[in-house]
Design a protein around this ligand. Structure first.
Ligand SMILES: [Zn+2]
Ligand SMILES: [Zn+2]
Length: 362
């Protein structure tokens, strides 16, 4: 999820560019129309036979997205006809949006992970997924007036030109042109990294980067928080010399950034746990009062400790929750933490008579 749809999809292709960032690897810096995520990195890998494999291809919006990819390839002096394969690090629109057009134009082979339903479900069944998102938001205490921001499927419908299903499936340990595939779920169930042993270069996708901005696709896998922490640990063990991230600049200080991300996620988990514990003690303050005073579907909450996911999110990230562009992603992360804490046996989720949830410490 990359925020609400932008005011305009048009971007300036001239703002894209390419530079060689490792042996036979070009970073294609592609501007995006999304306000909160202004750029994404795709990578072009030159193979020994002269053909080129693209790693991701940028988002879709309108024709200028395609012109932008062409402009960056041109900057790297790579003619489009040399692109014979496309590997998606994961199925999010900013990485996969232009894939359908690229396949149409080149006939390239598509590599992707089999767990793409977290994204393609909304593409194939948008109304059903929008309803499911609205139901979940209501159960977590989102006020009815704020539902549109939480149930939207516009990113999936407008940020990608067409559904793309992988032709070749990415699995742990698969070797492609000297790069090893690592499955690293957490940010998204379909996410992979690529690691080249010979120079310890890691193409890290959205697992981590210089700016600490973790996002977890909630509701698409068992325990996104644990998956995220396990994925960070798996990558930490590689001792990579260079990270080529999905967003931002290449990083040489890989382990220190990995540590910061792990500590950041652990701190968020503690903050969510503390919020639930304080609500269970009855000192949740205004957030709880507002939640219990205004149940979203007309039913009265009978339990005075009622504290849904929305109220927890407002308690741990008040400022971000006040920004409608950020609030749905913050709530997704908080719900991921709440699920993780439930699985750890540290909190419980109870259901009110009106179907809404509240969380209490064990
Ligand atoms: Zn992503
Ligand atoms: Zn991304």
């Amino acid at each position: 999820m990359v925020g609400p749809p932008p005011r305009t999809w048009t971007i300036d292709p001239a703002l894209s560019g390419a530079r060689e960032v490792a042996d036979r690897v070009w970073c294609l810096r592609l501007p995006l129309p999304w306000e909160l995520i202004p750029h994404v990195n795709a990578y072009a890998i030159e193979r020994s036979d002269g053909e080129v494999m693209l790693i991701d291809c940028g988002g879709w919006g309108d024709e200028t997205s395609w012109s932008t990819l062409l402009h960056a390839l041109n900057d790297a002096e790579i003619p489009l006809c040399r692109v014979t394969s496309l590997l998606l690090t994961h199925y999010h629109s900013d990485h996969a949006g232009t894939a359908g057009r690229l396949i149409d134009e080149t006939g390239c082979t598509l590599y992707g992970h089999a767990s793409h339903h977290h994204f393609t479900d909304a593409l194939l069944h948008p109304r059903q997924i929008a309803s499911a998102r609205a139901r979940r938001a209501l159960r977590e205490g989102v006020p009815a007036g704020e539902l549109p921001a939480y149930q939207t499927v516009r990113e999936e419908l407008e940020g990608i030109i067409a559904p793309v299903i992988p032709e070749r499936t990415l699995q742990e340990g698969l070797q492609i042109e000297g790069w090893r595939v690592l499955e690293v779920p957490g940010h998204a169930p379909s996410q992979v990294c690529l690691y080249r042993e010979e120079d310890r270069v890691l193409i890290g996708a959205d697992l981590f980067g210089s700016a600490y901005t973790p996002y977890m696709d909630y509701g698409c896998s068992e325990d996104p928080v644990q998956e995220y922490l396990d994925s960070l640990a798996k990558v930490e063990a590689l001792r990579s010399a260079l990270l080529l991230p999905g967003h931002g600049r290449p990083l040489a200080e890989v382990s220190s950034h990995l540590r910061l991300w792990r500590l950041g996620i652990e701190r968020e988990r503690e903050a969510v746990l503390a919020a639930v514990r304080s609500s269970s003690r009855g000192d949740a303050g205004d957030d709880r009062a507002r939640h219990t005073a205004a149940p979203n579907r007309g039913g009265a909450h009978t339990d005075p400790r009622s504290f849904g996911g929305y109220a927890v999110a407002k308690r741990v990230a008040k400022e971000a929750m006040a920004d409608s562009r950020q609030a749905p992603t913050v709530l997704a992360n908080v719900l991921s933490h709440l699920r993780h804490l439930r699985l750890q046996g540290l909190i419980e989720r109870r259901e009110e008579a009106d179907g809404s949830y509240h969380y209490v410490a064990c």
